[in-house]
Design a protein around this ligand. Structure first.
Ligand SMILES: [Zn+2]
Length: 359
């Protein structure tokens, strides 16, 4: 029988081969395995129950635990798959787009883009969530298979998944991994890793439904995006929901209306603020504070116009590089002007207004 040399931090042992990442972690620290979702083998993220495949030398094993950021990402990513599995289960014939984890969005933790046989509504979210919870309880394994490109395309073509086929065609060279959630209708083309089984997903919630386009392109298929959030524990999820409710209470649009500070109306344009008298007081006070602080710190004040001749923005290079994000030129007394995208050319003008020595 061959042996496998594995390292766990400073410790080294030999294991009978073949062995999985889970075997190795268990050999070093039985308790650690309970908290572990996946592993890094010589730096590469792998599923916990994938075989360690290193040839000769040492395999440095690092558990990815559920209290780490990478662990949270695996939870959210796996939850997105569970969402797709529940949608496929409830609405056979649904076509899948993409479903990533979101780690830096304060509102959501994952989403999946789908085209269901009928338009989904907000009322479907609790039903889908309930199905996800039922599937989580069944401890369904996430199973990886390595497949060559031709076969992957066949599989997804047979399943009537044209968008996945498009993605596979673009991204796969020769072979890639696909994942099954066993005893569910779910298959996805994905690099992984995932949690070993759906039972590891214990704290998740679906939050919202919105429209989306395939590849964000308004010319392409219209899809529905289902948003959710997931954490390692119910406590973390509860705290997050509470925090979100508190933030909603402090939403500036809500406070602006309730405290009669300002109003926004689509008649004038989204995001254009009409300051009411009380809001005016807040604004003046903030401006006063800002001015005082700037003076205290030795800043001088200059003022420059909001528009300048078009020629200036051509010389500065703004027109050449940023014309698409600038407002269109406007003609005043036979001269073309543009609204300033930046202050710098004006400040250069102030500098140039008197001769200066390079010393
Ligand atoms: Zn995946």
């Amino acid at each position: 029988m061959s042996e496998l040399n594995v390292k766990f931090g400073e410790k080294e042992i030999s294991l009978p081969a073949p062995a999985t990442a889970a075997d190795a972690i268990k050999a070093f620290d039985r308790d650690a395995l309970k908290r572990t979702l996946a592993a890094r083998v010589n730096g590469a993220e792998v599923d916990l129950y994938s075989q360690i495949n290193i040839g000769s030398g040492y395999a440095a094993i690092e558990p990815i635990t559920l209290d780490s950021r990478d662990g949270l990402e695996i939870i959210r990513h796996s939850a997105a798959h569970l969402l797709a599995a529940a949608v496929l289960d409830l609405f056979p014939g649904t076509k899948l787009g993409i479903g990533p984890a979101l780690m830096d969005d304060p509102r959501y933790g994952f989403f999946y883009d789908v085209i269901a046989p009928r338009q989904l509504t907000e009322a479907d979210l609790p039903i889908i969530e309930k199905r996800m919870k039922a599937m989580a309880k069944q401890n369904l394994p996430y199973r990886r298979e390595n497949v060559d490109k031709k076969r992957i395309l066949e599989i997804f073509k047979e399943r009537g998944e044209p968008l996945k086929c498009e993605l596979i065609d673009e991204k796969v060279q020769e072979a890639a991994s696909i994942y099954y959630i066993d005893n569910s209708p779910f298959i996805d083309f994905c690099l992984g890793p995932h949690v070993p089984h759906t039972g590891k997903l214990q704290a998740f919630k679906l939050l919202a439904l919105s429209g989306a386009y395939w590849k964000g392109d308004a010319e392409r298929e219209q899809m529905q995006r289902i948003y959710g959030i997931a954490f390692a524990t119910q406590n973390e999820l509860d705290a997050w929901i509470k925090q979100r409710e508190e933030a909603e209470k402090r939403d500036h649009r809500k406070l602006g209306r309730e405290l009669d500070l300002f109003s926004i109306s689509d008649d004038y344009g989204q995001g254009l603020i009409l300051w009411h008298p009380k809001g005016g007081i807040v604004r003046m006070e903030m401006e006063r504070l800002l001015r005082e602080e700037l003076e205290k710190r030795g800043y001088s004040f200059v003022f420059t116009p909001h528009i300048a001749k078009r020629q200036l923005w051509s010389i500065s290079g703004h027109e050449e590089n940023y014309a698409e994000s600038m407002y269109a030129p406007t003609s005043i007394e036979d001269e073309e002007y543009r609204l300033k995208p930046m202050n710098c050319p004006f400040h250069i003008g102030i500098y140039k207004s008197s001769p200066r020595s390079y010393r």
